[in-house]
Write a protein that binds this ligand. Sequence first.
Ligand SMILES: Cc1cc2nc3c(=O)[nH]c(=O)nc-3n(C[C@H](O)[C@H](O)[C@H](O)COP(=O)(O)OP(=O)(O)OC[C@H]3O[C@@H](n4cnc5c(N)ncnc54)[C@H](O)[C@@H]3O)c2cc1C
Ligand code: FES
Length: 287
Amino acid sequence: MRKDCIFVEESKIIDHQHYDDDISILRLESVKCSENAIPGSFIHLKCNEELLMRRPFSIMKIEKGKWIEVLYKSLGLGTQVLENLKKGDQVNFMGPIGKGFKIVEKKRTPVLIGGGIGIPPLIFLLDEIKKNKSMKPFVFFGSETKLPFKYSPSKILIKSLPSHIIASVDFIEANNIPSRLSSTKDFPGFHQGYIHELVEIWLKSLDKNKIEELSIYSCGPKPMLREISFLAKQYNIPCQISVEEHMACAVGGCAGCIIKVKEDERISAKRVCVDGPVFDAATIYYE
Ligand SMILES: Cc1cc2nc3c(=O)[nH]c(=O)nc-3n(C[C@H](O)[C@H](O)[C@H](O)COP(=O)(O)OP(=O)(O)OC[C@H]3O[C@@H](n4cnc5c(N)ncnc54)[C@H](O)[C@@H]3O)c2cc1C
Ligand code: FES
């Protein structure tokens, strides 16, 4: 792989599916970006010729040399323009951008924790982790809107969780990987509450040896990442988080996406687009 290369691709929309609650999944033709993307990397997409500012989206799935897929929620002008594009339309994007997740091979139980539009990069990560048969991943997703994935009562028993928390994502369970879901909404089989509460119930039930096997990978809203980082610190679990910031250039040139990190007892500034978006959770400085 050509490390840190960002390509500009003029691409055709191969598929564009729309789901409840303004969620869409967009599949774009891509040769170079798909070949070089790693879990956690993102694209910077031009929604149309009039909108000068591109929009950043995490890569959710790839087929090397063929396509990439992103999942997005329509919120403002750019994503609404995007939502109206059809199969066959052309779009321009830059990618893959950013430093992604590094799989910690010696920790055999990767715990993937995704919230809302933070779920997509974890699906890409899970696809990579699955290739190593000795790893036993565990997935927690939280969402306040309907998920665009089918879910059903799990057949994989997790004794430490209350039996009513039973909903699991079908495509994850099909690989014999346990998953559990949470929402403050009353969705059947979900933990009703915040995702970090669900993770904490599970962590409390594990003995020291099991805890030592864990590494956490997470992406989601800031308050969620903060809680997950605190949990990781409390249980001494290595934790990588993918951070979201407003972006302009996305190639490191404008300093529009700065966050504060702790390095050698000092606070320094990092650009989320090129120094991240994935950071060691222990280094993030919270005001
Ligand atoms: C690294 C990264 C990965 C992301 N991955 C996803 C994803 O997989 N799926 C998804 O739905 N969303 C993702 N987002 C958030 C997504 O970029 C914003 O929701 C989107 O840019 C909003 O654009 P808009 O035109 O709808 O909103 P508007 O409010 O019209 O946007 C105005 C400007 O603000 C910027 N902006 C607004 N909200 C955000 C935000 N949360 N983060 C960064 N810039 C923002 C826009 O890019 C644009 O330049 C990601 C953001 C980052 C930084
Ligand atoms: S968006 Fe310009 S430096 Fe990150």
